[in-house]
Design a protein around this ligand. Structure first.
Ligand SMILES: C[S@@+](CC[C@H](N)C(=O)[O-])C[C@H]1O[C@@H](n2cnc3c(N)ncnc32)[C@H](O)[C@@H]1O
Length: 415
């Protein structure tokens, strides 16, 4: 985001100190959160002094980096078990495998070993599909061994069976995955409709999405014939335009993520002459199916067959979505960009209590007074901390995903 203000200041021929002030006023840029940025109610929950707070941030940064790395290992395992880009063997569903094997004394079956062998062989050959070429360029020699891949597999199955046994939808402390679901985009569209009803006059122009994700290799239903993509920002734009919360010429969606793959996709999509999203058809509830049937029409031209739905996004809309590397737990943009709306789905649920408090404080500081925040973290702590931050929940809602599943959303308003 930095840059344009400096140029403008220099163009106006301002002295250096005045230019710095000008820059501070107009160009929000990332900086680490400080203890005295936080409201009094929150400080004692986090640290007694600046020294303790510094140690807390250092720990959060190292922890985030190692969880991001573990998330990438897990993504590799999901790819290994499901992709048809390097083998003609049947896909193996990761959750079914985790349930079948007692994780502690897990031994790879012959089917899994055969897939690992095929994958390693494919690493040496020319490849076309994007996910496979991604691994060819990003994995090190040390990672490309049976022993390392089996270790990643073991760790992943452990995670999966633990989450499965706990039956939980929150994963504090878990490895950070980039995967994204249409269920979140459906819930965001439900929240947009509710927000329109709550505040019939509001217009949003500056929107922030925290953690838009990228569907590289989800824990199930990998469609490797469709190139990897981040669809949440464009489907969110679609929901905001369709519900009259925004008008295209004024809408700008900025995204924060810590995963380079996500940011790379957003950048490429913005530059593409013919940006296109391809969504797999996965029937669910009637409500989901009718949302899916109409989604995309406000941002482009839609065509479908029995298996896929293609949205040719107007390049003008694709250019309205930008991305930036920012860790929402430890950083914020200063001065506040004053977002009208912040969206954070399936992100907060990965954070432990203190990480959650920091992330919520950073989000609140970047929303304008009277602006909105929507997310799907149902934990009581999220309600408590947003109360302390004077950004209370004003509406809870859900969308019906079918099979007794609901996609929750919480709408908050900054006072
Ligand atoms: C599970 S994905 C969710 C994607 C999408 N929002 C959805 O609901 O389908 C979580 C995303 O949040 C990002 N993320 C995780 N921790 C983050 C942090 N501390 N700051 C910014 N982004 C983060 C991940 O890289 C990933 O892209």
């Amino acid at each position: 985001m930095a840059g344009s203000g400096t140029l403008k200041a220099l163009a106006f021929g301002l002295p250096l100190a005045a230019a710095a002030l000008f820059l501070a006023l107009v160009d929000p840029s990332p900086r680490a959160v400080r203890l005295n940025d936080l409201c009094e109610g929150l400080r004692p929950r986090l640290a007694a002094n600046d020294f303790e707070f510094g140690a807390l941030l250092d720990h959060a940064r190292t922890n985030m980096a190692s969880r991001l790395e573990a998330g990438e290992h897990e993504t590799l395992v999901y790819f290994l078990l499901q992709s048809d880009a390097f083998t003609s063997r049947a896909a193996i569903d990761p959750l079914t495998l985790a349930r079948q094997t007692a994780a502690q004394d897990y031994k790879p079956t012959v089917f899994v070993r055969a897939r690992i062998r095929d994958f390693l062989a494919a690493m040496e050959k020319p490849a076309e599909r994007q996910r496979l070429t991604y691994w060819q360029t990003h994995l090190t020699r040390e990672q490309l061994t049976v022993a390392t891949l089996e270790l990643y597999l073991h760790e992943t199955l452990n995670h999966l069976s633990r989450a499965d046994k706990n039956g939980t939808s929150s994963y504090p402390g878990r490895s950070l995955l980039s995967d994204t679901t249409l269920a979140s985009s459906f819930a965001i569209s439900g929240a947009a409709v509710s927000l329109r009803r709550l505040d019939p006059k509001v217009q949003v122009e500056k929107v922030l999405i925290v953690g838009p994700g990228h569907d590289f290799a989800p824990p199930g239903n990998l469609h490797d014939d469709i190139p990897p993509q981040s669809y949440e920002p464009y489907l969110a734009a679609d929901a905001l335009l369709a519900s009259d919360l925004a008008e295209e010429p004024f809408l700008n969606i900025h995204c924060f993520d810590i995963n380079a793959r996500v940011l790379h996709f957003l950048e490429e999509f913005k530059r593409s002459a013919a940006p296109k999203l391809t969504l797999p058809v996965e029937p669910a509830s009637n409500a989901f199916n009718s949302w899916f049937e109409t989604s995309g029409r406000a941002v482009g031209i839609v065509s479908s067959d029995a298996y896929k739905r293609t949205i040719s996004v107007r390049p003008g809309v694709a250019k309205r979505v930008t991305g930036e590397k920012l860790d929402i737990v430890t950083e914020r943009l200063v001065p506040s960009p004053g977002y009208d709306l912040v969206i954070a789905f399936d992100v907060l649920r990965y954070f432990r209590e203190k990480e959650l408090s920091l992330a919520l404080a950073n989000i609140q500081a970047m929303i304008r007074p009277g602006g909105y925040f929507i997310h799907n973290d149902a934990r009581a702590e999220a309600g408590e901390v947003t109360g302390l931050l004077e950004m209370p929940v004003i509406q809870r809602g859900s969308v019906n995903l079918g099979a007794n599943q609901n996609g929750l959303y919480f709408i908050h308003r900054r006072l």
